[in-house]
Design a protein around this ligand. Structure first.
Ligand code: GLY
Length: 371
């Protein structure tokens, strides 16, 4: 696949304080940079979902051809989607690394959507207390969010992403040609994180999507702008000690919806509802103007993302939010906007205001008793 002409790549540097800098490489054919990055390793393990078996085989062939005869290549298949982010799957990855005698000098490659790169990163972070990982996201969501910034992890019964590690990749290769076969519903889910980047930091993203809510005509620019937002935030606060939390705009409620729905909702769909809620909360507690709050619902709806959730689920959602990572001690914490591009954290909104904000997304109105 790398015999074709490789277009010029966009390189976005992430410079996490206290950690080594790395590039996010973006463009058609970015994957072709993998063999050179793997050269000199003894073993490379490509972790990929079932659905990308053929792509993984092609990547392995390129590695064999381009990384030098001394590089031993392995593929390890994991379940598709959120099913991959289970402790038993991480355990299976470690068993596979053990079987081939993976050492500290070897390289893990995470090839797939956000669930695969989260899992592969976690497997790499845990193996021998940390081996190198190169992330190769193949979805919009993976490119603009999951694969960049070094957050890795798995889900457990108590909630999503509750067990994990900060483990920055050696590089992130975003090959836009892998998006060509992505189902429209997956593109839309990824656009939720793109919209988030727009509201918290880059309003030009919103204008581009308002002009074309499919995102198709300007997808490379939308992905690049979103990665630039993420790279800037992560560089300043790699371990989420402060500013990085703004990337969780819309996520407190989103994670709760995902949990209440047993992870059957796409992350982006839940983030979409979560942002409409967060916008209304921002209006109530942080002075966000109504037009900007309404802009969330209008744009997300135009994209085809959900902007409502069940009105009878509020008690269950509140319970789920209390174990979210953003919660501190007994306080519920949200990210709110003071204005377009001006996010900040907000602790413990009054219960009545929270309920009022939920009213803006509750289909059929809120029933506080739940079911
Ligand atoms: N997805 C939020 C973050 O990477 O911090």
């Amino acid at each position: 696949m790398c015999a074709m002409k490789v277009s010029d790549m966009v390189r976005i540097q992430v410079t996490p304080s206290g950690d080594r800098a790395y590039d996010v490489v973006l463009g058609e054919g970015a994957l072709c940079e993998l063999p050179a990055l793997a050269a000199g390793r003894t073993r490379v393990m490509v972790i990929h979902p079932r659905a990308l078996r053929a792509t993984a085989a092609a990547v392995i062939a390129e590695l064999r051809a381009g990384a030098g005869a001394g590089v031993e290549t392995h593929a390890f298949e994991v379940p598709d989607g959120e099913e991959a982010k289970q402790l038993r799957v991480a355990g299976a990855c470690w068993d596979a690394l053990g079987r081939v005698g993976f050492t500290r000098d070897d390289l893990v490659v995470g090839l797939g959507g956000g669930t695969t790169t989260d899992l592969a990163g976690f497997a790499a972070a845990g193996w021998l207390r940390g081996v190198d990982v190169i992330q190769v996201p193949t979805t919009v969501l993976g490119m603009v969010d999951a694969a960049v910034g070094g957050k890795t992890g798995i889900d457990i019964e108590a909630g999503k992403n509750l067990v994990g590690a900060f483990h920055q990749p050696l590089a992130v290769l975003c090959d836009l040609s892998t998006l060509a076969s992505l189902p429209a519903v997956e593109v839309r889910a990824g656009l939720a994180e793109v919209v988030k980047a727009g509201f918290i930091a880059d309003p030009r993203i919103l204008e581009l999507l308002e002009a074309d809510p499919t995102g198709s005509a300007r997808l490379p620019e939308l992905v690049e702008r979103s990665i630039r937002v993420k790279a800037a935030v992560v560089s300043g606060d790699p371990r989420e000690a402060g500013r990085r939390e703004i990337l969780n705009y819309g996520h407190t409620l989103a994670h709760a919806i995902e949990k209440v729905e047993n992870f059957s909702w796409r992350h982006g769909a839940a983030v979409s509802v979560g942002m409409v809620f967060a916008a209304e909360l921002s209006r109530l507690v942080a002075g966000l103007d109504r037009a900007t709050a309404d802009r969330h619902r209008e744009l997300l709806r135009a994209i085809g993302l959900p902007v409502e959730y069940r009105g009878d689920r509020w008690p269950a959602l509140l319970d789920a939010m209390r174990v979210d990572k953003k919660t501190r001690g007994r306080r519920l914490r949200f990210v709110v906007l003071e204005a377009l591009g001006r996010p900040r954290g907000f602790d413990d909104p009054e219960p009545g205001l929270l309920l009022a904000a939920y009213g803006s997304v509750a289909a059929g109105g809120v029933s506080a008793t739940g079911s």
